[in-house]
Write a protein that binds this ligand. Structure first.
Ligand code: BES
Ligand code: MN
Ligand code: ZN
Length: 488
């Protein structure tokens, strides 16, 4: 269920919500609306601040009872002293909404002093992120044991345009996370194709879906060798949103969509293998971003490309030592069938050329090495165009999805030289994220391109406060901010 968001202008004590959330920065003092409300609380807020029981530090929370009228509970949440108020509020709103869900509040009002359009958008998005939940495959508890989920939220003093854009981005975010959380037997390549068709129908986008037979005709031997061990039909999905000038070159967003990655014949260890249902988070990010971009009606032409399949061991699966011919004509030696994402993307990146893109950004849960290098804090960012890398990094920063550039020096190219083919699909463990990106670079020819390795950022194995274990929504925010940046 999506959170129903609105704008409120009433006095804090007169708000119709069961929880009042007050976001305060480090060292805050009470502004006029809070001071007025504090009267009804017997100056409890002022005393808390005087005693430094609440300091407004980032993520700090304090629960209080409300006044006899109005919201019955109050949650103070700290936004810290960071200079980026927009990101801080997005984060605080997500944490507050999750706590509201846990306490069964049902409705909340969010107060953060004076807020403009960007702050309203951030709060709307944060609240929606915090309220998101995946319950499709769980039996609901009996009525009397159920806690009211957070269904309505009021942003005090917010503006309509920020509310609307926040909602639009939240829809994309929620879609990406739901697809990510869905088990691999339900979120199949077919299901992703169906989801893309629904997005297309909802917003009047053009859509093309290639299956195994169509990909064979295109000569996509690289993508298809990953799919050959699986009975499911692989899909290459192309969604086209024409919000920009007719004839203006599109931005292409590309996503890795491995609905499950067992490793194939180079099978992964059993421990933790279930996490590999998240190996389609790049694809989910593309679909989520397309949903958000269409809702925002951004004046840019955008193509969303998804390469989706499952990587399975079987009698028909590709084997280490095999050589395949990619759509680009380059021959690839398969060293490790678990390095499958780059094989799928090689052909999707080659296919992207026909859209004559102004820029191509791919997002992929591509390498475990990226998790080792950057942890769960930043996505790996690499590309063939310094200006575009800078643009993508800036978009990620604005979205609260930081990236960090890794070098693409020619020296690393040695790692993926093959004895029998033009290139091999694994360079082994050293610089694993870079060699994977250098592999992709061979196929991202003829346009500026940036690769996001989101293996460490697209989903989390620990509760982050803002989101529970599972998908984080990365890279939806980066994609949307990038396209919005191109809209001027
Ligand atoms: N999907 C994995 C990468 C991954 C690992 C994502 C851990 C998230 C968490 C990818 O397909 C893969 O298996 N990569 C291999 C590459 C290696 C065989 C060169 C890896 O990282 O081990
Ligand atoms: Mn793999
Ligand atoms: Zn994978």
């Amino acid at each position: 269920m999506t959170l129903s968001l609105s704008i409120g202008r009433a006095d804090l004590g007169a708000l119709d919500a069961s929880l009042l959330v007050v976001a305060l920065p480090s060292g805050a003092t009470l502004d006029a609306p809070l001071a007025a409300y504090d009267g009804a609380l017997g100056a409890a807020l002022q005393r808390l601040l005087d005693r430094r029981d609440f300091r407004g530090a980032r993520d700090e929370t304090l629960h209080l009872l409300g006044a006899s009228n109005g919201p019955s509970r109050i949650l103070l949440i700290g936004v810290g002293k960071g200079s980026d108020r927009v990101s801080s509020l997005r984060r605080a709103a997500a944490i507050a909404a999750r706590q509201a869900g846990r306490m069964g509040a049902g409705s909340l009002a969010f107060y953060a002093g004076a807020v403009g359009t960007a702050e309203t958008e951030a709060i709307a998005l944060g609240l929606s992120v915090g309220a998101w939940d995946y319950t499709d495959t769980k039996t609901a508890p009996p009525e009397d044991e159920r806690r009211a989920p957070l269904t309505t939220a009021v942003i005090v003093g917010g503006d309509e345009s920020g509310l609307q854009s926040g909602r639009a981005i939240a829809e994309g975010h929620g879609l990406a996370r739901t697809l990510g959380m869905m088990p691999g037997n339900l979120c199949t390549p077919d299901f992703l194709a169906k989801t893309a068709s629904e997005i297309a129908a909802r917003h009047g986008l053009e859509i093309t879906i290639l299956g195994r037979a169509e990909m064979q005709k295109e000569g996509m031997g690289s993508f298809l060798c990953v799919a050959q061990g699986s009975p499911e039909d692989p899909k290459l999905i192309a969604l086209r949103y024409n919000g920009g000038a007719a004839g203006a070159k599109p931005v292409a967003l590309v996503g890795k969509g491995l609905c499950f990655d067992s490793g194939g014949i180079s099978i992964k260890p059993a421990q933790g293998m279930e996490w590999m249902k998240f190996d389609m988070c790049g694809a989910a990010g593309v679909l989520g971003a397309m949903e958000a971009i269409a809702r925002l009606k951004l004046p840019v032409n955008v193509v969303g490309l998804v390469g989706t399949t499952t990587n399975m061991p079987s009698g028909t699966a590709v084997k280490p030592g095999d050589v395949v011919r990619s759509m680009s004509g380059k021959y690839i030696e398969i060293i490790n069938t678990d390095a499958e994402g780059r094989l799928v993307l090689a052909d999707v990146l080659a296919y992207a050329r026909r859209f004559e893109p102004a820029a191509v950004i791919d997002a992929a849960t591509l390498t475990g090495a990226c998790v080792i290098a950057l942890g769960h804090t930043a996505s790996g960012v690499m590309g063939n165009d310094a200006a575009l890398v800078g643009e993508v990094l800036a978009a990620g920063t604005r979205a609260g999805e930081p990236g960090w550039e890794l070098p693409m020096w020619d020296d690393y190219r040695e790692l993926i030289k093959s004895d029998v083919a033009d290139i091999k699909n694994s360079g082994g463990r050293p610089a694993g994220t870079i060699s994977a990106a250098l592999f992709l670079k061979e196929f991202a020819e003829g346009y500026p391109w940036v690769h996001l390795d989101i293996a460490g950022t697209a989903y989390t194995e620990a509760d982050l406060g803002t989101v529970p274990r599972g998908p984080t929504g990365v890279p939806v925010g980066t994609f949307v901010e990038f396209v919005r940046g191109r809209a001027g």
